[in-house]
Design a protein. Structure first.
Length: 246
């Protein structure tokens, strides 16, 4: 996962007082190709749902395609001044890519050599359903957070306060201190429950928890810097709902 920080202010393009996407950072042919590829992937795995036995894998690819499409779409809609071709978050660091690759390999190896791990017994069915629900909850939380925070949201952590950066305490931020991280955390764990991947599930718990506990600590240092007492009061009154991150 990307934990890059950005101290350079990105100046949005303003026309008639409204921010617009910078076309040099959003080459239309690249955006169209990426969106088309994600759509094809989603469509193929949706179409194969009735055919394949282990439907969890189809649902996983559908969730993954939708997640990356929405990262760009929501940024473009609610935060147009900051949208760029990396907003799909497909280049989300080597760790992110490796984690999903390892999860896919685990899923295939278990399907081939340990098919009992992938058979839909009542217990496995219940785990897969819980996983699917977590994926849904996580995606909704992430999407709502990005749309509520709008121009205050950025995929890269800001180390310098921008003019239009306001402290967001409304919407989901009223109940969750870091709703997009909450969403990402539970979405990612949900994918591994859905896939009935015991090894990747445990690895994801450790890696995600470590990542977000570090990320939140650093992010909050800057937020206290930007918003002072107002952020301290907010931090003390709203939880993250990510276990053991307070
Ligand atoms: C990837 S966004 C994540 C936002 C938030 N941590 C969340 O999970 O919804 C990271 C940027 O959001 C900003 N940020 C985080 N919480 C914020 C808040 N409550 N209000 C305004 N900006 C916030 C940080 O300064 C950082 O540059």
């Amino acid at each position: 996962m990307s934990d890059s920080v950005n101290s350079v202010n990105e100046l949005p393009i303003i026309i008639d007082g409204k921010p617009y996407p910078d076309i040099t950072k959003n080459p239309p042919q690249e955006i169209a190709t990426t969106a088309f590829t994600l759509g094809i992937l989603l469509g193929v795995f949706l179409g194969l749902l009735p055919v394949l036995h282990f439907k969890s894998f189809n649902l996983y690819i559908i969730a993954l395609s939708l997640f990356h499409f929405l990262e760009y779409y929501i940024t473009a809609k609610y935060n147009p001044g900051k949208v760029h071709n990396e907003s799909f978050l497909l280049n989300n660091g080597v760790g992110y890519l490796a984690a999903h690759l390892a999860a896919t390999i685990e899923c295939f190896l278990e399907c081939l050599f340990f098919p009992h791990l992938k058979s839909y017994t009542p217990l496995h069915k219940a785990l897969a359903v819980v996983g699917g629900i977590l994926v849904l909850i996580g995606q909704v939380a992430r999407t709502l957070a990005m749309s509520t925070a709008a121009q205050s949201f950025s995929h890269v952590l800001k180390t310098k306060k921008e003019k239009d950066h306001v402290l967001v305490k409304s919407g989901l931020y009223k109940y969750l201190r870091h709703p997009s991280y909450f969403g990402f955390f539970w979405w990612a764990l949900g994918t591994q429950l859905l896939l009935l991947n015991p090894i990747s599930f445990v690895v994801f718990v450790g890696v995600l928890w470590r990542f977000f506990s570090k990320r939140i600590a650093v992010e909050e240092k800057y937020l206290i810097n930007f918003f002072g007492k107002e952020y301290i009061v907010y931090k003390d009154s709203v939880s993250t709902w990510i276990p053991f991150i307070n």
